[in-house]
Design a protein around this ligand. Structure first.
Ligand code: ATP
Ligand code: MG
Length: 358
């Protein structure tokens, strides 16, 4: 077996349904590995809100050291109602994204065969685009503060940080991605009419970077009208690039337009590959259905397909997506959120067996 067919994967099942869907992702990876001669060594950690409640930290102080040389991180979901959201975000997700330079958050928005869009019947069916979100700087920063607390003059200040290096590299990633796609089209999300320093800078860099890609059609919209176009004209888009905040909003809206949140995947990518990238479903820990065994495992399994693609196995990735489409075409194998009766394990096993059969 050649070295690029053997991978060490760190797994973080996390909280709630994360614990139920990660094993299904692993099951499908094992199946695809047998078929395509790829081996996975899974190293699991139990970092979660439970860890936080016991130790006061989401992960050990030297936690990131343990993953530095792994090939990828495969994450379920972290977050639980009795722990404030910012704890799981700033205690685990953001440190991983930053330490491993995962400055691209990539989410495919695609209408798979067998899924129905909330827009089906009144909109175009050919929804197939990517949201590329800047993942490490921008609006999500710790710079700022509070003044005159508790008085009537109280002030909160939040600084957004946009660096030329950070903006250029995410824009280039978007243009490079568009180059690989038939429509060859990049759309930038902006708000330079209302935000007078960072967004005009973003627009300037967009214009500068686009000059290097004459074969790509490039346009830009203010974030407000862009969200309306996502709903009314999802067929217009190919690669949509946005800052951390705008990308966050668009990358939740996109999968919603394409169907169930339970099937949407995402990747936190380090394009230079000097550290592991991280793959996780778009959905959270879903406390309302956790522990019942009914969660849809497809978001996790599709995230595994994105991981295979990133690891240099696009055919294996395609085999997983084809198996997902085969399985959801049959109502009996769908989970409840997609109108079926299958449980998490039955849906995962069905996908794994289609993958194995080839
Ligand atoms: P987070 O803040 O971590 O993103 P959230 O509060 O936004 O989490 P989710 O945990 O994603 O929300 O859940 C939103 C809704 O979608 C819930 O009703 C949940 O049950 C449902 N849901 C999420 N994931 C799945 C899934 N895999 N299968 C079925 N239903 C799901
Ligand atoms: Mg959420």
């Amino acid at each position: 077996m050649s070295p690029t067919n053997a991978f060490r994967i760190a797994t973080i099942p996390g909280d709630g349904i994360g614990k139920e869907v990660v094993p299904e992702g692993m099951r499908v990876l094992e199946a695809v590995g047998r078929r395509f001669d790829i081996s996975f060594q899974f190293d699991e950690v139990d970092w979660s809100c439970e860890t936080f409640k016991k130790t006061g930290r989401m992960m050990p102080e030297d936690g990131l050291e343990r993953f530095r040389t792994h090939d990828a991180v495969f994450l379920g979901a972290v977050g639980w109602p009795d722990v404030p959201d910012h704890v799981s975000l700033w205690g685990l997700l953001i440190p991983i994204r930053r330490a491993f330079h995962q400055y691209v958050n990539l989410r495919p928005v695609r209408l798979l065969k067998g899924t129905t869009s909330p827009l089906a019947g009144r909109g175009p069916e050919d929804i197939d685009f990517y949201v590329v979100r800047e993942n490490v700087e921008g609006e999500y920063s710790e710079a700022g503060g509070r003044l005159y607390r508790g008085t009537e003059d109280e002030i909160a200040i939040q600084e957004a940080i946009f660096t030329r290096r950070g903006v250029d590299r995410i824009l280039r990633y978007a243009f490079d991605l568009a180059r690989t796609r038939p429509k060859k089209h990049v759309t930038s999300a902006t708000k330079s009419n209302g935000i007078v320093h960072t967004m005009p800078f973003w627009d300037e860099r967009f214009k500068a970077v686009k000059a290097d890609y004459p074969e790509i059609r490039a346009d830009q919209y203010h974030i407000d009208i862009l969200t309306a176009h996502f709903v009314q004209h999802p067929d217009w888009f190919d690669v949509v690039v946005g800052s951390n905040l705008f990308g966050d909003i668009l990358s939740d809206l996109g999968p919603a337009v394409a169907g169930s949140i339970g099937i949407a995947p995402s990747a936190n990518i380090n394009p230079e590959r000097d550290f592991p990238s991280m793959f996780e479903p778009v959905h959270g820990s879903a406390p309302d259905i956790a522990g019942k065994g009914i969660a849809n495992p497809i978001g996790q399994i599709w995230s595994a397909a994105m991981m295979l693609d990133h690891l240099g196995h696009p055919q294996a990735a395609q085999a997983v997506i084809a198996a997902i489409e085969t399985v959801i075409a049959d109502a009996a194998s769908r989970t409840r959120d997609m109108g079926g009766k299958a449980n998490t394990a039955e849906c995962g096993a069905a996908i794994a067996s289609v993958v194995a059969a080839g």
